[in-house]
Design a binder for this molecule. Structure first.
Ligand SMILES: Nc1ncnc2c1ncn2[C@@H]1O[C@H](COP(=O)(O)OP(=O)(O)OP(=O)(O)O)[C@@H](O)[C@H]1O
Ligand SMILES: [Mg+2]
Length: 250
């Protein structure tokens, strides 16, 4: 006999997600410093929120760049209007922070520090998906292997995101070809270009989509979030009830 909703699922030991609200945790990881983890986290978070997902960001990097960005965002938009929940955490508190956030959020993004120590490992373990930003350079590529190995050991879905790609760069093409050979399907189709608007928009707590809507940078982030939603099965199509009729009937 079925006693509950078919959509009842266990999220992690002892925690039950009710009514099919399964929060998805995405960790942005890469031990190479400056690869774009914080930039990608902020942009993906706002893009998810713009698509109606209740989104939280967790900053476990002691540099606190993501939380600083969010504080500036609060100053700009007002505390209640950033569209995001932001908390700073350490890796060891992560599981309980996620448990606290999960009922009221659809997506949780974790920005991790540029070294794979205990905190970052916990963030990787907590993830449904790991996104590794990689700049098209051999040193970034080599540094990615350590993070990839941890994800593999933990058996977690991983995708590599080429970031700061220069238009027509021979190096980017070479790195792309190399990555395709070595990681194949794990390479995201979406890429982010090398654009000053990514940094420029974050200065006052915004993102490219807000400061420079309709630009190529903004479109790149939109493509990225749509691809990530599809991977996680939370895209509009995957979610099921999307048409007005279905929503009214729900
Ligand atoms: N697509 C991009 N185009 C242009 N600049 C970018 C892009 N992505 C990131 N940057 C810039 O690169 C620098 C490093 O980015 P970011 O801080 O996001 O990296 P990080 O991986 O979080 O660094 P850390 O390892 O120190 O935490 C920043 O100055 C940021 O503005
Ligand atoms: Mg960072």
């Amino acid at each position: 006999m079925r006693t509950g909703s078919e959509e009842f699922r266990i999220y992690s030991p002892g925690i039950v997600a009710i009514g099919g609200n399964m929060v998805k945790v995405i960790t942005i990881a890469q031990q190479k410093g400056g690869a774009g983890k914080t930039t990608v986290t902020a942009h993906l978070a706002v893009a998810f929120a713009q698509r109606g997902k209740r989104t939280a960001i967790i900053d476990i990097d002691p540099q606190a760049s993501l939380s600083t960005w969010h504080r500036i965002r609060e100053e700009k938009f007002g505390e209640d209007y950033t569209g995001l929940t932001c908390i700073s955490s350490t890796g060891w508190r992560l599981a309980s922070e996620i448990a606290d956030l999960k009922d009221e959020h659809d997506v949780i993004l974790i920005d991790s520090p540029p070294h794979i120590e205990a905190d970052a490992r916990n963030a990787i373990r907590a993830a449904d998906l790991i996104i590794l930003p990689v700049q098209p350079s051999p040193t970034d590529l080599w540094a990615t292997k350590a993070t990839l190995e941890i994800g593999e050991q933990e058996n977690i879905e991983m995708r590599i995101l080429l970031n700061r790609v220069s238009a027509n760069s021979k190096l980017a093409k070479a790195v792309n070809a190399d990555l395709k050979k070595s990681v194949g399907k794990d390479l995201l189709k979406s890429q982010l270009g090398n654009r000053v608007s990514f940094a420029g928009s974050m200065i006052d707590g915004r993102t490219v989509m807000e400061a420079f809507p309709g630009t190529m940078g903004s479109d790149e982030v939109k493509n990225l979030v749509a691809e990530v939603e599809n991977i996680l099965g939370i895209g509009k199509k995957a979610k099921g009830k999307t048409s007005k009729k279905e929503l009214e009937a729900a």
